[in-house]
Design a protein around this ligand. Structure first.
Ligand code: SF4
Length: 302
């Protein structure tokens, strides 16, 4: 579906809220809307991004999807949903410690890398400059890249000497991770950075980098291997954002580190939810749900 067609369809159906559910139910409910919006978003026609953030649908104004939201979704769909709703959890201890750790690591690395850079080769703490492609900056540090729908605070944009005369963006995104090991999630967030950069500029970076650990190890990441998965995640976030139904609550291993821990545990207790049982996986829960079993009490009778 052409990107403009997708937006036309969205514009059209937003005036007929009673029609919309039936229209998209055939496409698996809200996921159908996600597919349409995502097609509009990722037709890789940068202009197609315009208007999305303000598009009302069933009374919903879609918020910017940020790297923070994207990362939250990878940890837990409920967490992303709560953040998109503007909620703030009250268990701030671990998230604050983690954020401070990342910020300290970034500051240290910035000092390290700037020691090898002339003042006029390095731009710090800016929104993406419009004429970046023609600039000679070696590094753009702590750069905010934004379209009407997406935003990412890219840790570093580094001029790529090998991009040459190709269609690729002359800068690559770099993520800084203090941990000694990187995960597939880190690569997905880097792919999100690349998606936002290409949506903002119309040019995709050829690859990205993750700098990690105390020795500043470097992992070069082929983005084409991760972009489809990042797009799929973005589609799910978009569908979730457009839906009035929150995702099913599933307590999980990230809960212990999450700011919404008390909120979700209380909700789970009220529902006598199956995920209160330690060892209950999402797959097993789905299996029990398919049998009509939703609570610990119901399960105890089986
Ligand atoms: S407490 Fe658990 S279920 Fe709730 S948002 Fe956080 S990770 Fe998700």
């Amino acid at each position: 579906m052409a990107s403009q067609t997708a937006f036309d369809l969205l514009d059209h159906v937003s005036g007929y809220p009673h029609v919309v559910p039936g229209l998209f139910e055939g496409l698996d409910g809200t996921l159908g809307l996600g597919v349409v919006v995502l097609d509009a978003l990722l037709g890789v026609v940068p202009l197609a991004w315009s208007g999305f953030a303000l598009a009302p649908w069933r009374g919903v104004t879609l918020m910017l999807i940020t790297d923070d939201i994207f990362q939250a979704f990878l940890q837990c769909e409920t967490k992303a949903h709560l953040k998109l709703s503007g909620a703030a959890g009250d268990q701030r201890g671990f998230p604050t410690w983690e954020r401070n750790r990342v910020e300290a690591y970034k500051r240290q690395y910035y000092l390290h890398v700037r020691a090898d850079c002339r003042e006029d080769e390095c731009l710090v703490g800016v929104a993406l400059p419009q004429d970046l492609s023609h600039s000679l900056w070696r590094l753009v540090i702590d750069c905010r890249v934004q379209t009407q729908a997406l935003q990412s605070h890219i840790h570093i944009l580094e001029r790529c000497t090998s991009a040459g005369q190709t269609q690729h963006h002359p800068y690559i995104p770099v993520r800084l991770i203090p941990r000694e090991k990187i995960t597939p999630q880190d690569k997905l967030v880097l792919a999100f950075d690349a998606l936002v950069l290409s949506a903002a500029t119309g040019q995709a970076p050829p690859f990205g980098k993750i700098i990690y650990g105390s020795a500043y190890a470097v992992a070069q990441v082929k983005l084409e291997a991760w972009i489809p998965s990042a797009q799929a995640v973005l589609g799910k976030i978009t569908a979730q954002q457009a839906s009035r139904t929150p995702p099913p609550l599933v307590l999980n291993k990230h809960c212990a580190e999450c700011e919404f821990q008390a909120h979700c545990r209380q909700r789970a207790l009220e529902k006598d939810d199956l995920s209160l049982l330690s060892g209950m996986t999402a797959k097993e829960m789905k299996k029990q749900h398919s049998k009509g079993i939703f609570s610990v009490t119901q399960l105890s009778y089986t």
